[in-house]
Design a protein. Structure first.
Ligand code: GLN
Length: 467
């Protein structure tokens, strides 16, 4: 048996076995994966990801198997085409073993909004893995795959990465093609990568990045060879730390872990500078206006005619739309469609949507001013460690507040990465977030790799594959 066959089969077996506990996968496609292996075994040349098993979030289109966005309304929907990111993974020789669970249409921070059951955190199965890419984060943390794709509209790669003790990067808006990524908030959405090691994340990002003529918002900006830049000396890099950042709502253990990580960076020769981001506090309000507005428009296409599910027992067109959407969408998705429709309605457009767009511009200026003084900015990824299942489901607002540190990178469009920086007393991982200038993924990966090498995380989740 070839090495790659052994590795792919092992990943599939582990995925199947651990799914009973974690529910990280919505689809595990053994047959497809083994067909891919066969093809790779016969190939003369090897791509950068030759034979590497990978998991893909279920809002990224795959032509060979269903793409549900963890929604009843898309159950059984099989796309006509592959997302560009998936196409590039395949071309590089990766083997997609399955599609991962998520919050419905990527709306959520805990994975409890999936129509197909919640995902459990491998560090403590009574806790959430974070969201919305919770399945991808759990699959990586449990050692099923080394890398997985997620999507990040307001933190959905970075926050679950932090909750599950893995690395997660959201690239600059336009770095990775959104073709085939099911739209949530189109001006915020980016495909990102989760992985156990910075090196693997860098490799996959290198493969999926770059201009794609099928997505007009993908940028024609050169993609560096991230892997080759990982070990550069970080002496003299200026790291900005926002003053007043560490106020209300921030868990004290998270705070001290982040402060320790900043000291760690200082000990590696970087220069720590204080910066101001006075408008950061408006991030959540602006995000939940813009993201819901865009979502309400994007989700109008699910009408029972074009995709997946259609309600039964109606024979009048309008009623069919209503009933399909009533039965097909979950509670959080409906809440957001209503919020978004409201902020876009003629009486409220100026007061909410237009105002939010203005503050978004001011936020960009805030960051531009900060980046005059530093090369990157650090802050926590999330104000807390993984919370308990059910803890926030009755209080959507407190759930929204947990995105406080992640949403601004999406509003501004800059890249950001989350890396593990310690564990709490209860043995739950803590994430450190590094935000960079436009297109500076290379520096974020470089800093993360040097940090990971100097301060490796020496704890392991309870649920983990045996080697
Ligand atoms: N938690 C945020 C939300 O619920 C972010 C989601 C995301 O990044 N997809 O909207």
């Amino acid at each position: 048996m070839s090495e790659i066959r052994v590795e792919v089969e092992r990943a599939i077996e582990n995925a199947e076995r651990l799914n009973g506990i974690l529910n990280a996968f919505l689809t595990i496609d053994r047959e497809y994966a083994l067909r891919r292996v066969e093809k790779l075994e016969g190939a003369d040349s090897h791509g950068k990801l030759h034979g590497i098993p990978i998991a893909v979030k279920d809002n990224i289109c795959t032509s060979w198997t269903q793409t549900t966005c963890a929604s009843r309304i898309l159950s059984g929907y099989r796309p006509q085409y592959d997302a560009t990111a998936v196409e590039r993974l395949n071309k590089a020789g990766a083997v997609v073993i399955g599609k991962t669970n998520m919050d419905e249409f990527a709306m959520g921070s805990s994975n409890e909004n999936s129509a197909f059951g919640l995902v459990k955190n491998p560090w403590d199965i009574e806790r959430v893995p974070g969201g919305s890419s919770g399945g991808s984060a759990a699959a990586v943390a449990a050692g099923i795959v080394r890398v997985a794709l997620g999507s990040d509209t307001g933190g959905s790669v970075r926050q679950p990465a932090a909750f599950c003790g893995v690395v997660g990067i959201k690239p600059t808006y336009g770095r990775v093609s959104r073709y085939g990524l099911v739209a949530f908030g189109s001006s915020l959405d980016q495909i990102g990568v989760l992985g156990k090691k910075v090196r693997d994340v860098a490799q996959v990002l290198e493969v999926i990045s770059g201009r794609d003529e099928k997505d007009a918002t993908s940028a024609d900006v050169r993609v560096p060879e991230y892997l080759k830049l990982l070990d550069r000396d970080i002496k003299g890099v200026k790291i900005g730390v926002p003053r007043l950042l560490f106020s209300g709502g921030l868990d004290s253990e998270v705070k001290s872990a982040v402060e320790k990580a900043i000291e760690g960076f200082a000990s590696l020769g970087t220069e720590i500078v204080e910066i101001d981001l006075p408008l950061l506090k408006y991030g959540i309000a602006v995000y939940y206006i813009i993201a819901t507005a865009e979502a309400s428009s994007n989700l109008a296409r699910y009408d029972g005619v074009r995709y997946g599910f259609r309600a039964e027992g109606v024979n009048e067109l309008r009623q069919m739309y209503y009933k399909t959407r009533e039965e097909g969408f979950g509670e959080e998705v409906k809440r957001r469609i209503m919020l978004g429709t409201y902020v876009l309605s003629s009486g409220y457009y100026d007061a909410y949507y237009a105002k939010a767009q203005k503050v978004r511009t001011l936020l960009k200026r805030d960051f531009q001013a900060a980046f005059d003084k530093c090369d990157c900015i650090v802050m926590p990824t999330s104000p807390t460690t993984a919370f308990r299942i059910g803890e926030k489901t009755d209080d959507p607002l407190s759930m929204y507040l947990s995105d406080i540190y992640t949403v601004t990178a999406n509003l501004v469009g800059i890249p950001a990465i989350s890396i593990p920086c310690g564990v709490s007393k209860e043995s739950l991982p803590i994430g450190l977030q590094i935000l960079g200038k436009y297109w500076a993924e290379d520096l974020l990966l470089n800093l993360s790799n040097v940090y990971e090498t100097a301060f490796p995380l020496d704890a392991k989740p309870k649920v983990h594959v045996q080697k």
